[in-house]
Write a new protein. Structure first.
Length: 163
C-alpha cells in the first residue's frame, strides 16, 4: 500500500532570482546579506526566514522574506515576484516518490534525490518544480492555472497506487 497525503499549502512570498552577469560577485554579496551561500544547481539552503532553491543554472526560487536581495543584484540580475502565479503543494508520506513517477519524466525514486535536493521536471505535460524537504515530504511548485488539474490527477493516481 502506498501512503501519500496531498496538501495545498497557504500562499507564501515567492520570487524568481536570476543572475545573468558577475555571478561570483553576486554570490559574495548574497552570502554577506543572507548569511549562507547560494545553493548549487539541484540544491537548496536557507534559514527560518528565507529558503533559496536552485532549479536552473542561473535561476533560484526564493521563498520567504526576499527584501535583502534586490539590493545585492545591482545590474547583474533580477528579482521577480511570482507568488501570484505559483501554488505550493505538499506531498507527504512514504508514497510521494511513487506518486511523482505517475505521469512524470523524472526519477523521483532515485536515492540521490534526498532532503535539500530540487528538480525541474514535467508532470502530466506541465512544468513542475520539486523540493525535497525530508524523507517523507516533497513540495511541488505548480503554475496556478494548472493547480486544480494536477491535484485531481495526483489524488486519482494515489487511489490507484493504494490498491
Amino acid at each position: 500500500m502506498t501512503d501519500v497525503t496531498i496538501t495545498l499549502l497557504p500562499a507564501s512570498p515567492l520570487h524568481a532570482l536570476e543572475i545573468w552577469s558577475n555571478p561570483a560577485s553576486v554570490a559574495k554579496r548574497f552570502k554577506a546579506a543572507c548569511g549562507f551561500a547560494l545553493p548549487a544547481t539541484g540544491c537548496s539552503d536557507g534559514n527560518d526566514k528565507l529558503r533559496v532553491i536552485r532549479y536552473e543554472p542561473t535561476v533560484w526560487l526564493v521563498e520567504g522574506d526576499a527584501s535583502a536581495l534586490s539590493g545585492i543584484l545591482w545590474d547583474d540580475g533580477a528579482l521577480t515576484a511570482i507568488g501570484g502565479g505559483i501554488v505550493r503543494i505538499r506531498l507527504s508520506g512514504d508514497g510521494w516518490r511513487t506518486l511523482l513517477m505517475e505521469g512524470g519524466v523524472f526519477d523521483a525514486e532515485s536515492p540521490s534525490f534526498a532532503a535539500g535536493c530540487s528538480a525541474a521536471t514535467i508532470i502530466d505535460h506541465v512544468n513542475v518544480r520539486l523540493h525535497v524537504v525530508d524523507d517523507d515530504i516533497c513540495d511541488a511548485y505548480v503554475p496556478l492555472s494548472y493547480s486544480e488539474a494536477i491535484i485531481h490527477f495526483w489524488k486519482t493516481a494515489a487511489l490507484s497506487l493504494a490498491l
